[in-house]
Design a protein. Sequence first.
Length: 264
Amino acid sequence: MKILITGASGNVGSGASEALQQQHEVRLSDAMQLAVSLPFFPADVREQGALDAASEGVDTIIHTPAWHGIHMGTHSEQEFYDLNVTGTFQMFQSAVRNNVRRVVWLSSMSVYGTDFYAYTKKLGEQLCQFYHDEHGIEVIMLRPADFTPYRDLRHYGERLLHGGVDRRDVIQAVAAAVNSPHPFGAYHLVRHDPFTEEDVKAYAASPVDAWDKLYPGAKRVIEKYQMTPPAQIQPMDLTKERDELGYRPRYNFGTFIQESSLES
């Protein structure tokens, strides 16, 4: 399969390139020049026709460029709209001109929020729906939880107690989306913590003990590194993501303890 990855220097773009290039014919695009061995097309996705050459002959575009929530204080609403919305529109225009079969589009769990970043993601998903309905492009929308680069191990671990998801799970989902048999859908990329209904009911009485029951050793790590667990938990049903997308999240606070050896 011929795949174009836009935003190739980014967190998802770079990981998707590594995951897919052994099985597929991958080409890359980014606004900044990259020193890479794969075919590379410099392009500012906000500009009309910028991706025409890059997307010619490809089967799938994995579109990742966006300003994110962490950029809210440093970039204007205009900048958010131009990259997140106009960039998506121009990508789809190129996809139509080149008869691209599928687009894998990076949305966000922030789509449920109310800030301007969330607004741009809602508009982006509406564009995805339009180009599927009107032009027949297959579109897989992925809504990852927070997986932005972490400051240190403590930051990463505490994020896995809250709404974070491991980057490796996100990349696995992107690779799976390329081959999903479904022509359209939106999928939540969140962590899987196998809490039972009884665990959820008892959680508020002692959050730390609940995590330690699920992942032995968690209490010692949480207390030693002064981490703050969430006040409540709301496990998400990932049946659709597993059955339709093949999403298999592997990383959580338990694997964090094992990998980082923080329990010792």
